[in-house]
Write a protein that binds this ligand. Structure first.
Ligand SMILES: NC(=O)c1ccc[n+]([C@@H]2O[C@H](COP(=O)([O-])OP(=O)(O)OC[C@H]3O[C@@H](n4cnc5c(N)ncnc54)[C@H](OP(=O)(O)O)[C@@H]3O)[C@@H](O)[C@H]2O)c1
Length: 218
């Protein structure tokens, strides 16, 4: 039996994780609908050789109509946005709440949301726990926003999965990804965006990923 094909709405498509997700989904023949702040921001991505299909919607994550338009016809949703350097933007909880509201309105139930291994409670080595505490002290508003984002997801009533990576890399080799609610992360833990993209797409159809706050690493 062929694996199911999906129409995936992606918020944060122009980022490094979003692009890895796009490449992996198109290679599987899926349709990807992405909300882009700037229409040309994926102009260089070559889709000619892949079976899937990309639909761009231009707009802001603060615009209900743009979010709803991105969700049209989707059967699963990925949120992979986050602040860019200097990592001071506080927008993730509000944007995720808007996506959740749009999904509820559109009757879409499957949500996968990527946050990070430093957000909220978790199993961390002592050095990684110290680094996490330091980042929380230096960026309290940003970290509180990400914790609030996780609460929005967990309280959404949707079939949600939180994906919580440590450091992301741009390694192109796809390796197995470990994932568990109690996976211990350390200072050297990392995961490649290409590996994580395959994991995320597989998780769309994994019943055991629903309602799980999954820490991941290679
Ligand atoms: N980088 C890491 O090592 C790391 C580690 C753990 C977790 N994470 C998390 O994993 C996710 C993906 O990270 P990444 O490094 O691959 O992403 P990235 O390349 O930094 O891309 C960020 C994405 O978020 C969007 N974005 C940023 N600020 C925005 C705003 N104010 N309004 C609307 N959209 C905005 C960007 O859109 P534009 O292109 O329009 O700017 C882009 O699509 C994020 O949630 C990140 O926090 C990252």
């Amino acid at each position: 039996m062929n694996p199911p094909s999906h129409t995936l709405a992606v918020f944060g498509l122009s980022g490094a994780t979003g692009r890895a997700l796009l490449a992996a989904a198109l290679a599987r023949g899926w349709t990807v609908r992405g909300l882009l702040r700037t229409h040309g921001s994926l102009a260089g991505d070559n889709q000619a050789a892949v079976p899937g299909h990309l639909v761009r919607v231009t707009g802001e994550l603060t615009d209900d109509d743009a979010v709803l338009q991105t969700l049209e016809g989707a059967d699963a949703v990925c949120c992979v946005f986050g602040p860019r350097a200097p990592y001071t933007d506080v927008f993730c909880a509000a944007a995720t709440a808007r996506v959740v509201a749009g999904m509820q309105q559109a009757g879409i139930t499957r949500l996968l949301c990527q946050t990070g291994g430093m957000i909220g409670p978790g199993q961390r080595s002592l050095p990684f726990a110290c680094l996490t505490a330091l980042v929380h002290r230096q960026q309290p508003a940003v970290m509180a926003d990400r914790e609030a984002q996780e609460q929005v997801v967990m309280n959404s009533g949707l079939r949600w999965t939180l994906i919580k990576p440590p450091r992301l890399t741009n390694a192109t080799t796809v390796r197995p990804v470990q994932a568990a609610t109690d996976l211990k992360l350390g200072l050297l833990s990392q995961v490649g965006r290409a590996s994580l993209a395959q994991f995320t797409l597989d998780a769309v159809d994994r019943a055991d990923a629903v309602g799980a706050r999954l820490f991941v690493k290679e």
